[in-house]
Design a protein around this ligand. Structure first.
Ligand code: NAD
Length: 498
C-alpha cells in the first residue's frame, strides 16, 4: 500500500501568522495557541491569538478594499477568472492542504483529499454564478414607468467557521461571498486554522486584490465575538453549534447586520421494512462514521420499522464491525481521530448516559488507542426512546441511537420531534411513501435512499434551531447581496403641485 505519497508530517511546530491586506503578520507580542494533532498526538501548529484591535484593522482594510472597487467594481467575468485560478491552485496544492486538514482535524487522509477536491469544485461553480448573477425587470408598470430589481454586494462579510470540515465549509462560503464582489474577514476555528491561512497565498496568486480576503485567528469569545458585534460588518456568516449561534445572533443586533447561521443537527435515518436493507445498513454506517460522527448532518438517530428492527440492527452491527478505525494516514482508514480529549470524554459520557437512561449498548462504546492518536469505535445504542437525552442532544461522535416505529405517521412524528431540522434520510422502495416522508420531514437537506450526498448547486441550511438562511447554490450567492427595488419614470412627470 502506498501510504506516504503526501508531504511528510512536519518535525517542527509550524508558526502561522495571520493575514491582513495581502500581507502576513507575525504573532509579535500577542499570546499564541499551539495545536496538538489528534491524529498523531504531537504539536503541529501555532496560531496568534489576535486582538480586538486586529479585528478592527482587518475590517477597516476589508471596507477600504470594498470601497476602492478593486474587486466589487470589476466584471463578473474578471471575478470568474480569479475563482477559476483559485480552483486550479487548490487542486495543485491538494496534498499539502489535505495533510494539514488531517493533522489538525484528525480526519482520515482519504476524506481530507476528497474534501479538498470537492472544495475546488465550489470555486469553479461560483465562477459561473459570478457571471450570471442578475436581478429582475418589470415592464408592467405602464407607459410612464419601468421597474428593475438589482442585486449588489452587501459589503464586508464576517465569516466564523467550525473545526469539523475547515476547508469545505470555507469553500461552501468564500466563493459565494466573492462572486458578487464582497470583501471578507474570516475567523477559522482556533483548532484548525492552517488551511484557511494557507489559502490566502493561493487567492493572492490567483489575482484577488489585497484586502479582500483577511484572516484573523484566535478564540471565539475574543475574536469571534468582536466580529459578530462589529459595527462596520454588514453580514455575519456563522457555522457552528446552535449554542454559539444564539450568541452570534444576539451580538449581530449591535448594528442589525444580516446573519446567516448554519448550526447543529440530530438527523434521522428512517428505515422502512420495504427498503433495500443492505443499502440502508451501508448508508447508515457511512452517515454515522463520516468524520467520526463529528458532522452536522451525521445520521445519529436510526428510526427503524419495528418488524425488521432486530434484523436491521444485526446488519448495521455487521457493517460497523468492518469499518476501519485508526491511523489517519492509512488511505484505507474510514474513522479518524476525535478532535480533542475533552470532546472524546464528552462522547463517551453520552454512551454511559444512554445506558443509564435504559438503552442497551449493542456495539462499540470504547475509546480505541492507535499510536498517539485518540479514537472512538463506532457505537450502537438500541432500545432508545426519542425522549432520552442521547436521542435529543447532538453528541457529535460516532454514536447511533436506534428507535423503532410501527407506522409511517409515527416515524414522521419521531423524526420531527426535535429542536433541530438539518438533515434527514428516508430508506424505502415505495415511491409514494418516500415522497410523503420527504414532504413531511422538517429538514433543510433530505435524502431518499442515500445520505450526505451533495455538492455545489443545491443550497444547504436548516429548519428550526439548525439555522437561518441558506449557503450554496444560486441562493448562496444571492444571500450575500442586497436587493434594490428601482422605479424609473419615463417622460414628463405628471405634476403633484398644481
Ligand atoms: P462552535 O460553536 O464551538 O465554534 C464555531 C466557531 O465559533 C469557532 O470558530 C469558534 O471559535 C467560534 N466561537 C465560539 N464561541 C464564540 C462566540 N461566543 N462568539 C463568536 N464566535 C465564537 O462549534 P464547533 O465545535 O467548532 O463545531 C461543531 C458544531 O458546528 C456542531 O454543532 C455542528 O453541527 C456545527 N456545524 C454545522 C454545519 C452546518 O452546515 N449546519 C457545518 C459544520 C458544523
Amino acid at each position: 500500500m502506498d501510504a506516504i505519497s503526501f508531504p511528510a508530517v512536519p518535525d517542527m511546530v509550524r508558526d502561522f501568522g495571520f493575514y491582513i491586506d495581502g500581507n502576513w503578520r507575525t504573532a509579535g507580542d500577542r499570546k499564541t495557541m499551539v495545536r496538538s494533532s489528534p491524529a498523531v498526538g504531537k504539536d503541529v501548529s501555532r496560531i496568534a491569538l489576535c486582538t480586538k484591535a486586529d479585528v478592527d484593522e482587518a475590517v477597516a482594510v476589508a471596507r477600504a478594499a470594498f470601497s476602492s472597487r478593486s474587486w466589487s467594481g470589476i466584471t463578473g467575468k474578471e471575478r470568474a477568472n480569479v475563482l477559476l485560478r483559485a480552483a486550479r491552485l487548490i487542486r495543485e496544492n491538494l496534498e499539502e492542504l489535505a495533510l494539514w486538514e488531517t493533522l489538525e482535524a484528525g480526519k482520515p487522509i482519504s476524506q481530507s483529499r476528497a474534501e479538498i477536491g470537492d472544495a475546488a469544485g465550489h470555486y469553479e461553480y461560483c465562477a459561473g454564478l459570478a457571471q450570471t448573477l442578475s436581478g429582475e425587470s418589470f415592464n408592467t408598470h405602464g407607459d410612464d414607468m419601468f421597474g428593475v430589481v438589482t442585486r449588489q454586494p452587501i459589503g464586508v462579510v464576517g465569516l466564523i467557521n467550525p473545526w469539523n470540515f475547515p476547508f469545505i465549509v470555507l469553500a461552501e462560503r468564500v466563493p459565494y461571498i466573492l462572486a458578487s464582489g464582497n470583501s471578507l474577514v474570516v475567523k477559522p476555528s482556533e483548532m484548525t486554522s492552517a488551511t484557511t491561512l494557507l489559502f490566502a497565498d493561493m487567492l493572492k496568486e490567483a489575482g484577488l486584490p489585497d484586502g479582500v480576503y483577511n484572516v484573523v485567528t484566535g478564540t471565539g469569545p475574543d475574536v469571534g465575538q468582536a466580529i459578530a458585534e462589529h459595527m462596520d460588518i454588514d453580514m455575519i456568516s456563522f457555522t457552528g453549534s446552535t449554542r454559539t449561534g444564539e450568541a452570534i445572533l444576539k451580538a449581530s443586533t449591535s448594528n442589525f447586520k444580516k446573519a446567516s447561521l448554519e448550526l447543529g443537527g440530530k438527523n434521522p435515518q428512517i428505515v422502512f421494512a420495504d427498503a433495500d436493507l443492505d443499502d440502508a445498513a451501508d448508508g447508515v454506517a457511512f452517515g454515522l462514521c463520516l468524520n467520526a460522527g463529528q458532522c452536522c448532518v451525521s445520521g445519529s438517530r436510526l428510526i427503524v420499522e419495528e418488524s425488521i428492527a432486530d434484523d436491521f440492527r444485526d446488519r448495521v452491527i455487521d457493517k460497523l464491525s468492518k469499518v476501519k478505525v485508526g491511523d489517519c494516514f492509512d488511505p484505507e482508514t474510514q474513522i479518524g481521530a476525535i478532535v480533542s480529549e475533552q470532546h472524546r470524554d464528552k462522547i463517551l459520557s453520552y454512551v454511559k448516559l444512554g445506558v443509564e437512561e435504559g438503552a442497551t449498548l449493542a456495539y462499540g462504546g470504547d475509546s480505541v488507542t492507535v499510536g498517539e492518536g485518540r479514537f472512538i469505535a463506532p457505537t450502537l445504542l438500541t432500545g432508545v426512546r426519542n425522549d432520552m437525552r442521547v436521542a435529543r442532544e447532538e453528541i457529535f461522535g460516532p454514536v447511533l441511537s436506534l428507535i423503532t416505529f410501527k407506522t409511517a405517521q409515527e416515524a414522521l412524528e419521531i423524526a420531527n420531534d426535535s429542536s433541530y431540522g438539518l438533515g434527514a434520510s428516508i430508506w424505502t422502495k415505495d415511491i409514494d411513501k418516500a415522497l410523503r416522508m420527504m414532504r413531511g420531514v422538517h429538514a433543510g437537506r433530505t435524502w431518499v435512499n442515500t445520505t450526505i450526498a451533495g455538492g455545489p448547486g443545491q443550497p444547504l441550511g436548516g429548519f428550526k434551531q439548525s439555522g437561518i438562511g441558506r449557503e450554496g447554490g444560486k441562493m448562496g450567492v444571492e444571500e450575500y447581496t442586497e436587493v434594490k427595488s428601482v422605479h424609473i419614470a419615463i417622460g414628463k412627470r405628471s405634476p403633484w403641485v398644481r
